[in-house]
Design a protein. Structure first.
Length: 110
């Protein structure tokens, strides 16, 4: 797979804007954005789109990967277009994620 984020940056930005995201910009092959989360909060995400260059069929396949800041959780989905792959992401997993603060290791990071 090759990172196709820069090639489809405009499409990704438009999709994220329709999904309620703000402040989109590209950094190191990822689109960074701010997204509304659960309970009125916002969070930072990074989104990448990869193109599968190893498929033997004539059809193209894309993989969208979205992660919250610091990498937890991560959602990955496939589609025939970058938009379809993005649309298939489980945004509710990202929107409603809460770090467990009962762990001494985690609570020391917050």
């Amino acid at each position: 797979m090759k990172n196709a984020t820069r090639q489809f940056e405009q499409n990704i930005n438009e999709f994220l804007q329709r999904a309620g995201c703000e402040a989109m910009h590209i950094t190191n092959g990822s689109v960074s954005a701010v997204r509304p989360g659960g309970a009125g909060t916002t969070y930072r995400i990074s989104v990448e789109v990869y193109e599968d260059v190893e498929t033997k069929e004539a059809t193209r396949r894309f993989r969208a990967r979205a992660a919250r800041r610091f990498g937890l959780p991560v959602c990955t989905r496939y589609g025939a277009t970058p938009e379809e792959a993005l649309d298939n992401l489980q945004w509710q997993v990202l929107d409603n994620f809460r770090l467990p603060t009962s762990s001494p290791l985690i609570s020391g990071l917050i």
